[in-house]
Design a protein around this ligand. Structure first.
Ligand code: GLU
Length: 304
């Protein structure tokens, strides 16, 4: 596991970093690792550490988990600059960005439900066609509604048909003059540092606004990093591939590109990354069992 990124780098001045948990469960040791790497980086470089609550999934976000986030981070000895940004309070900003992409003709309303999408892909694959998967293993959206006429779209929306908004990835890539890249330091999945070439096409037509919320993780995280002037995004390497989408959105929306450090994850004995649904490694339960702050740091692979 990579050690730490807190040895001051003279080239980095007054960075702004963020820890951005979703309040849909208790934080685990992996979150402690990410929060501490961000906080120590800020301290080492005379920078600022911000806390962002990523609660666009209003069906899963719960106030008690938000309270637990504050408690756990405080117990770990972290402090953060006010105000805390809560994504659910900024839907209007996400709507505006979505509107820009709509005007550019780069997004389309996608009417298939999850079950319909799965059924459609099974049909396609039954004909022997190989269907692409995204880096998370999910099949690309079939995208047949990409070609609906403007009036058909408007009619279906007016009739109340549930829909998400998806990026027309092929149209975007066709209009892209040159390849995009981002600056990575620290560790990617294969230890990469330097300029990493973005490969957003591997994601297919990503969702930018969900049926019930005018944003998706990709849209909200990219906009918020820009709005909060984040200079360095320090997060787990499980989000390395998603950075291709974020870099593309920065380009399309004219936003600055921060530097990225995708750090190694804390894994259990079987090599699997920790999950919020497995409460046994939550910071709160370890604390209740008597773990000290130093114990958590050791488990998180952070020098005490
Ligand atoms: N909200 C995301 C999570 O809890 C983190 C997003 C990010 O750091 O870009 O996994």
């Amino acid at each position: 596991m990579p050690t730490d990124n807190t040895t001051a780098n003279p080239a980095i001045k007054a960075p702004i970093v963020r820890f951005a948990p979703s309040p849909n469960g208790l934080l685990h040791v992996g979150h402690a690792r990410s929060a501490l790497l961000n906080w120590r980086f800020a301290k080492a470089h005379d920078g600022r550490f911000l806390l962002r609550i990523e609660d666009i999934d209003i069906t899963r976000a719960r106030p008690e988990f938000e309270t637990a986030i504050f408690e756990d981070l405080g117990w770990l000895g972290l402090d953060w600059a006010a105000p805390i940004r809560r994504q659910s309070e900024h839907f209007a900003e996400y709507e505006l960005a979505l509107g820009e992409l709509r005007k550019l003709g780069l997004i389309y309303p996608a009417f298939l439900s999850r079950a319909e999408t799965t059924a459609r892909i099974s049909e396609i694959e039954a004909t022997g066609r190989v269907w692409s998967r995204d880096p998370d293993g999910a099949p690309h959206y079939p995208g047949e509604d990409r070609t609906l006429s403007a009036s058909e779209r408007a009619q279906r929306i007016a009739a109340g048909a549930p829909h998400a908004w998806r990026l027309d990835m092929q149209a975007v890539l066709d209009g892209l003059g040159s390849a995009l890249s981002w600056s990575e330091y620290g560790f990617g999945p294969s230890g990469e540092t330097g300029e990493i070439r973005a490969d957003p096409g591997t994601w297919g037509d990503v969702v930018l606004a969900r049926r019930d919320v005018p944003a998706s993780y990709h849209l909200a995280v990219t906009l918020d990093d820009a709005i909060q002037n984040i200079t360095d995004v320090i997060r787990g390497e499980d989000l390395f591939a998603a950075t291709s989408v974020h870099r593309l959105l920065q380009h399309l929306l004219g936003l600055p590109a921060p530097r990225y450090h995708h750090h190694g994850l804390v894994r259990d004995e079987t090599g699997r990354k920790l999950s919020k649904s497995d409460g046994s490694t939550s910071i709160a339960s370890l604390r209740q069992q008597g773990a000290s702050r130093a114990d958590i740091l050791v488990q998180a692979g952070i020098p005490v």
